[in-house]
Structures are given as structure tokens and as C-alpha cells.
Design a protein around this ligand. Structure first.
Ligand SMILES: *[C@@H]1O[C@H](CO)[C@@H](O)[C@H](O)[C@H]1NC(C)=O
Ligand SMILES: *[C@@H]1O[C@H](CO)[C@@H](O)[C@H](O)[C@H]1NC(C)=O
Ligand SMILES: *[C@@H]1O[C@H](CO)[C@@H](O)[C@H](O)[C@H]1NC(C)=O
Length: 427
């Protein structure tokens, strides 16, 4: 008996040691459409992938919940297929899981056994009965109140329900368990005991089998960074995304690491507090096209930066001005193909663009302009290049294509987002 107690004591100490990684950690993300992804569908052409991603982006852009929406506490953004998947482990004996890395969601949730209703998922579904570190949360507790739309179950347990704008939904228990990551700095497994997450027993709708759920990277109180930021001394995360067709390495996501310190030309702009606290609102002052600056009608908190939308959206009046300036700058209006490759608005025959304009984004409070590369704003389909920005009636969104090859750091304590050019492989 004594030996067992001693042994458990040693185990506990070991797990405490391995859970302290004060300098933060790094994870390799998987792009769902990358040839390196376990879900890669080789019968899809690059054009299929791009067009699907663009239509998915439109559904997502339309589903952002803003101030003036009716039922705004009922529904949240459509997760879609997601773009970047995040590997992690859950449970006492770490079981591998994979979920969409989503800056548009707070609570992380995964499907759980025994399912009342689960969608088909390619990796094994988590069984909390196998994990003795899994605990339900009583409804009265603070950690329950952090979760939007929480409710109280039959035995006084905290429950969650998320309904997405396309009527997909997930519901289940709000619980805590150990979530662990494979730190790509050193291959060590780093543990975060008592992480609040949603164990989803009833999951309906259009979720794809590629993920077990959603990993919440939003700014609200139930997201991973809000829960654990204090453990690495700062509520800060960053990512450096590679486009899906890039196979030389992996995109990186880091928590608690100062990633911009030695970089030059860093563009830093304040986060704007707006409803809901989940989204990261920035203020776009203008878009410069070969030096010609066009300005949005509204200024403060007029654009959301999002990991889960592929193309970029600008509100219609700004979009029209930007499109006109791009057409004017490229100057070969005769070879522009308008409205022929849905959902894109403006495409050019391959090789017909000789002078791609310099486009920069001007953010409030930033000393530098964010200088975009061709691959941030144009997509190559079969034999055309399409402008990867679309108009929206809702709110402007910086999609993940515009973010590739930038190291982007979200500092929730200083309330800033910063961008620095990076090749992402050496990050
Ligand atoms: C792969 O893509 C093809 C062509 O789009 C599609 O018909 C097929 O269903 C896809 N397969 C899977 C497993 O998703
Ligand atoms: C979602 O469901 C509600 C009620 O069942 C229905 O009124 C609405 O049209 C549905 N929305 C979508 C996008 O299917
Ligand atoms: C952690 O990642 C490294 C590098 O990808 C890999 O070799 C190792 O097997 C991983 N460890 C676990 C437990 O998955």
C-alpha cells in the first residue's frame, strides 16, 4: 500500500513538472487540403480546392454574429470544414485528437462517447470513461459561467449547447480534463490539467469527418488562451501559416512565446473591444493600390482577423473601390474575366498580368503598412489568376490566405495584433 502511495506521489510530481513550460510551446498545424494532410483527397484539383474553399468562406463570412443580429446569442459562426487542423491529446492516458483551429470560437469541444448522435469521424472518438482526470463541472461554478449558453443538467452538471448559423449544433457536458500537446520545439508532451472543454454527445449537421471538433482560439473567457495564459506568464499566441499547396513544412501555432522581438517592419495595431468578445476586431484605415489609397466608410473595429475563412472580404463599398483601383492598376482591362469563375469576381488569363499592383493595408495606430505579396491576394486556378478578395454585406474579414507568410501575434494582455513578414519554416 505504502509503495502504491509513494508511486502515485512520484507520478503526480512528474506530471506537475511536465506541465510547467513557462516559455510557451509550439505546435505544427495541418492544413486540411495539404498533400501532407492525412485527409488529402488526391482526386481534387487545385482549382476544386480553391473554389470549394471560396464557397466555404462565403458561408462563414455570412455567419459572423454581429451586434445587430437577431438571436445573436443563439447561433455562432459556421466552423465549416475549417482550414487548419490542430493536433492535441486528451485524457489521463493522452489520446490523439484533431480539431479545427478556430479564432471564431471560444469553447473547445470534441465528440464524446457514448454518443446520442455523433457524426462520422475518422479518428477514434474520445471516451471520458477511460480518463480518471475527466471531471464534470457543477452548474454553479465560475468555470461553468465562462461558457456561453450554459445550462444545468439532471444531476446539477454544467451543460453547453452551440448552434451554428447553418443549424449544425453540438451539445453535451462542460467538463475538465488534461489536454496535452506535442511541443515541436523539443518533442516533449506538455500537459494542461483541468482544461475546460465541451464533451459533445449530440452533434448534428454538416461537420466533416476530418476533425473531432473545434479548438477555440477566440478571445472569450472559455478559450484555451484565456484559461491558461497565466501559466506561461502572458496571454499571447501566434501563428505563421503556409498556404495549402506548400509542402516543404508545417504551419506553426505558438502559445506564450514572444515571436516578434527580433523582427523588423512589424505592423502592430490595437484590438478593438466589441461584441462578441470571441472575435478579433481590428481597425483598417485604408487600402493602398500602387500608392492610391481608398478608405472604408467606418473606421474603428471594422475588420475581423480570422483563421477559419480562406479568402478576404471587404464591405461592398470598399470592395468596389479596391476592385476599380486594381483593374486600373493592372491596366489590361481587355483580358480581365469578370464573373465567370464563381464565386470570384475578377480573374485574369494566366500570364496576362504583367504588372501586379503593390497592395498594402493601413491599420490604425501602426507605424508601418502591411505590404502584401501576390500570393496573399491572387489565387492561381487552372489557367487563370483570380483576385482573392470578395465583397460582403456584413463585416470585412482578413482571411487566412492574406495571412500566409506572416507571423501574426495576438497579445490579449496588451490588446494588440502584430504582423511580421516571415517564411514560416524557420519560425
Ligand atoms: C474526393 O474528391 C472527389 C472529387 O471532388 C469527390 O467526388 C470524392 O467524394 C472525394 N472523396 C472523399 C473521400 O472526400
Ligand atoms: C434553421 O432551423 C430553423 C428552425 O428549425 C429554420 O427556421 C431555419 O430556416 C434553419 N436555417 C437554415 C440555414 O437551415
Ligand atoms: C511528437 O512529435 C515528433 C515530431 O513530429 C514525433 O517524432 C513524435 O513521435 C511525437 N510524439 C508523440 C507522442 O506523438
Amino acid at each position: 500500500m505504502k509503495e502504491i502511495v509513494l508511486f502515485v506521489g512520484i507520478l503526480l510530481q512528474l506530471s506537475i513538472l511536465s506541465s510547467a513550460e513557462y516559455n510557451g510551446f509550439s505546435i505544427d498545424l495541418i492544413h486540411i487540403d495539404s498533400p501532407l494532410s492525412p485527409f488529402y483527397n488526391s482526386s481534387m484539383t487545385q482549382s476544386d480546392i480553391i473554389i470549394n474553399a471560396a464557397f466555404d468562406s462565403i458561408s462563414r463570412a455570412e455567419s459572423f454574429i454581429l451586434n445587430n443580429d437577431l438571436n445573436s446569442d443563439e447561433t455562432i459562426t459556421i466552423p465549416n470544414r475549417g482550414s487548419y487542423l490542430m493536433p492535441f491529446f486528451i485524457g489521463t492516458v493522452p489520446r490523439g485528437s484533431l480539431a479545427t483551429a478556430d479564432t471564431g470560437s471560444d469553447l473547445t469541444w470534441i465528440q464524446c462517447l457514448p454518443c446520442t448522435k455523433c457524426y462520422n469521424q475518422r479518428i477514434p472518438i474520445f471516451d471520458p470513461r477511460e480518463s480518471y482526470t475527466y471531471h464534470l463541472i457543477p452548474c454553479g461554478e465560475n468555470s461553468c459561467k465562462k461558457v456561453r449558453k450554459n445550462s444545468c443538467g439532471n444531476i446539477g452538471e454544467c451543460r453547453y449547447k452551440v448552434t451554428y448559423a447553418d443549424n449544425s449544433s453540438t451539445q453535451g457536458m462542460v467538463a475538465t480534463d488534461t489536454i496535452s500537446f506535442n511541443n515541436s520545439y523539443n518533442g516533449h508532451i506538455i500537459k494542461y490539467p483541468n482544461t475546460i472543454f465541451g464533451c459533445g454527445y449530440n452533434n448534428n449537421g454538416v461537420f466533416k469527418p476530418t476533425g473531432a471538433g473545434i479548438f477555440g482560439l477566440g478571445g472569450g473567457p472559455s478559450s484555451f488562451i484565456s484559461q491558461h495564459g497565466a501559466k506561461f506568464g502572458k496571454r499571447k499566441f501566434s501563428y505563421c501559416l503556409l498556404p495549402f499547396y506548400y509542402v516543404q513544412g508545417s504551419s506553426k501555432l505558438k502559445f506564450g512565446v514572444d515571436t516578434q522581438t527580433y523582427k523588423t517592419g512589424v505592423v502592430t495595431t490595437p484590438l478593438v473591444k466589441k461584441y462578441p468578445s470571441t472575435y478579433y476586431y481590428l481597425s483598417l484605415k485604408g487600402v493602398s493600390i500602387n500608392g492610391k489609397v481608398v478608405k472604408p466608410d467606418e473606421n474603428v473595429g471594422n475588420i475581423i482577423i480570422d483563421s477559419g475563412t480562406t479568402v478576404t472580404f471587404l464591405t461592398r463599398s470598399l470592395y468596389e473601390k479596391v476592385e476599380a483601383a486594381v483593374l486600373e492598376a493592372i491596366g489590361h482591362q481587355g483580358v480581365a474575366i469578370k464573373y465567370q469563375i464563381r464565386p470570384f469576381r475578377l480573374c485574369y488569363k494566366d500570364g496576362s498580368i504583367t504588372n501586379i499592383p503593390h497592395i498594402t493595408l493601413q491599420f490604425f495606430g501602426a507605424n508601418n503598412e502591411l505590404r502584401l505579396s501576390t500570393l496573399n491576394i491572387f489565387l492561381t486556378l487552372d489557367n487563370v489568376m483570380c483576385f482573392a478578395i470578395l465583397p460582403t454585406e456584413k463585416i470585412s474579414i482578413i482571411g487566412n490566405l492574406l495571412q500566409v507568410f506572416f507571423n501574426i501575434e495576438y497579445d490579449l494582455d496588451k490588446r494588440t495584433v502584430s504582423f511580421a513578414k516571415a517564411n514560416c519554416l524557420k519560425e
